[in-house]
Design a protein around this ligand. Sequence first.
Ligand code: FES
Length: 181
Amino acid sequence: MSFSVPAPLEARLDELVTHYPVKRSASLMFLHALQEHFGYVSREAVEWTAAKLGLQPINVYELVTFYPMFRQEPLGTTHVKVCRTLSCALAGSAALREQFCKKLGLDSHAHAPQTTPDGKFTVEFVECLAACGSAPVVLVNEDLHERVTAQAAEKILSEGSRLEGAAKGKTPVKGASGAAS
Ligand code: FES
């Protein structure tokens, strides 16, 4: 598979390197930028970053595997993050995640993020989303949904199904929050 970084992005990263005393200090910024552009950090992106910064690929790969914010697989168009930390757990986030997984044909017992074969949805458990007072909380792409009910979860899925063809991870699902009564 060919891997090509757009010239404007490469120029931005080349300029970024000049702000650091040593090239390798820019590694994380490279990975963030590549993930933002491609949606994940591929093996080719790791090798490209290593070559640009005068490192061995393993030096970059160990960053990708250490930091949980980096992804090695593409995300679905609609990325559903279900909070599993205490407040949300007590408010039923496990049942919500199970609902999402079952509706999408995903394994509700798997630990890793899961993506549907059609690339429409990724579902995963995440730690606290900093809205504990309105648990359970679900982040759908960039859109926070609070006090998510089973009905609201259904709406998130139906809205997400309409996002096919949208840019991956860029288009928030609007208006799918539901207040618990
Ligand atoms: S515990 Fe879920 S948002 Fe904090």
